[in-house]
Design a protein around this ligand. Structure first.
Ligand SMILES: [Mg+2]
Length: 447
């Protein structure tokens, strides 16, 4: 044994450091080669953004092509309110940084892209990184011949239970619409609430107290109306049907605390975004005063926002928009952090993400032990013309694809038929951005 060690030291001295390093690298490469079953490691050959608007939302999807024929991947980079800024963030900044890199080092590429702007955690840049990150996971899955969920440990449940949304503020109409939703298998329904920029219908009829001609929102009437709606729904259905509403950061902080207290006795599965990211400290007040389940996070960009809420157990559901936090890689880390503190996941997912991003959501849902509930809304028919292989909905359960990678293909010819267009109505001329929403006295508010 002693001789062997001495011989080894002698041979190391003889070979020199360079020789030893080369041998180690060679062994590492051989091991990596065995891990990818002899396939050569792909390199990034091109990165581009597919922009398409087959439905209402402007969708941005990153496509990464590799130097291996037919091996490519897609990632969601959809940021509807500033859609046109994501493409240059990817093609003018990330592409020159990443061309020629091997696709198998996803964590390394994520951190490299994240650090490269020096200032970070903004929605445009995070969505750009998400597009790259998810495209790399897609490539790894296609290379392995496995769906992404297999690459991160496999399923711990068969499918993801979803909640449905019913718009409107008239209790009778909402209850009727909810009966249809229940027939389709849903047990959790979100009602009323803000739809992001929507004016307050009840206050739309102009009174002399409204001192402007912009969309108007009356916080007090919205508060009373939403409370009445939740009370009516809770009474109208059996206890197995549960309710939620989205406060959409429209209320002021005092109202938020009071509202969460008032609905505690009702059959609520969560109150969504009771506060804005600027007012996170008020979660402590809500928590001290009631047990109403709280969901928060669709506007979060940064670990500085979700870390304290999770670590202090101030919320029940973390509700980030996966591409908004930088893609599948950081979202998986958020889920794991949350699991350690008893917080469940409820990833944001209405129409303002692509089917590729939606598959990233349902992948997280089936692999995360602390999955809570998944938001769901049907994709418009033209979206399904562009994207094939979307996650399937059956009896309120969303099923992940069993195909390699995300299992979603983009028909680029169909995508090109639907370029970004101007919307109509109050938001026309804003390139997908939102306009303003104001109190009666003219004060502009969050929406
Ligand atoms: Mg919301």
């Amino acid at each position: 044994m002693t001789m062997k060690r001495r011989d080894l030291l002698r041979s190391v001295a003889g070979a020199g450091l360079l020789g030893l390093t080369s041998a180690r690298e060679q062994r590492a490469q051989e091991a990596a080669g065995r891990a990818v079953r002899g396939l050569p490691t792909p390199k990034i050959k091109d990165i581009r953004v597919i922009e398409t608007q087959p439905g209402n939302a402007r969708l941005s999807v990153v496509k990464i092509l590799t130097d291996q024929d037919g091996l490519y991947g897609y990632g969601c980079a959809t940021f509807t309110q500033r859609a046109e800024l994501v493409k240059p963030a990817v093609e003018r900044y990330l592409k020159p940084l990443l061309l020629g890199k091997t696709t198998d080092r996803i964590e390394d590429i994520w951190q490299t892209a994240y650090f490269s702007s020096y200032w970070k955690n903004g929605p445009e840049l995070n969505n750009a990184i998400s597009g790259v990150d998810e495209a790399l996971w897609d490539i790894k899955g296609r290379q392995a011949g496995m769906p992404v969920y297999q690459l991160v440990g496999g399923k711990c449940r068969e499918a993801a239970e979803c909640f449905a949304s019913v718009r409107g503020s008239d209790p009778k109409a909402v209850i009727e619409a909810s009966k249809e939703v229940v027939k389709r298998g849903f047990r959790k329904i979100r009602v009323g609430g803000g739809d992001g920029g929507g004016a307050d219908a009840a206050a739309a009829a102009r009174s002399p107290k409204v001192l402007h001609d912009r969309p108007v929102y009356d916080r007090e009437s919205a508060y009373r109306r939403t409370l009445k709606l939740l009370e009516a729904c809770s009474v109208a259905f059996d206890a197995e049907i549960q309710w939620a509403t989205d406060m959409h950061e429209k209320y002021d902080t005092r109202q938020a605390v009071q509202f969460c207290k008032e609905v505690e006795k009702l059959n609520i599965f969560f109150i969504e975004d009771p506060l804005s990211p600027e007012d996170l400290a008020y979660f402590r007040q809500i928590r001290q005063q009631c047990t109403t389940p709280l969901a928060m996070g669709e506007l979060f960009n940064s670990p500085h926002e979700w870390q304290p809420l999770i670590q202090e157990r101030l919320i029940d559901y973390i509700r980030c928009h996966v591409s908004q936090v930088g893609g599948f890689t950081p979202a998986r880390k958020i889920a794991l952090l949350a699991e350690n503190y008893g917080v469940k996941t409820a990833w944001h997912a209405p129409g303002d993400l692509s089917p590729v991003g939606h598959m990233a959501n349902v992948t997280l849902d089936v692999v995360s032990y602390n999955f809570g509930i998944q938001e769901w809304g049907p994709f418009q028919p033209k979206v399904l013309e562009v994207f094939q292989g979307c996650a399937e909905m059956k009896d309120a359960y969303l099923w992940v694809s069993e195909k390699p990678g995300w299992g979603v293909e983009v028909d680029e010819k169909a995508a090109a038929k639907f370029p970004f267009t101007e919307g109509g109505g109050a938001r026309s001329g804003l390139n997908g951005g939102w306009g303003d929403l104001r109190l009666a006295d003219g004060t502009v508010i969050k929406q």
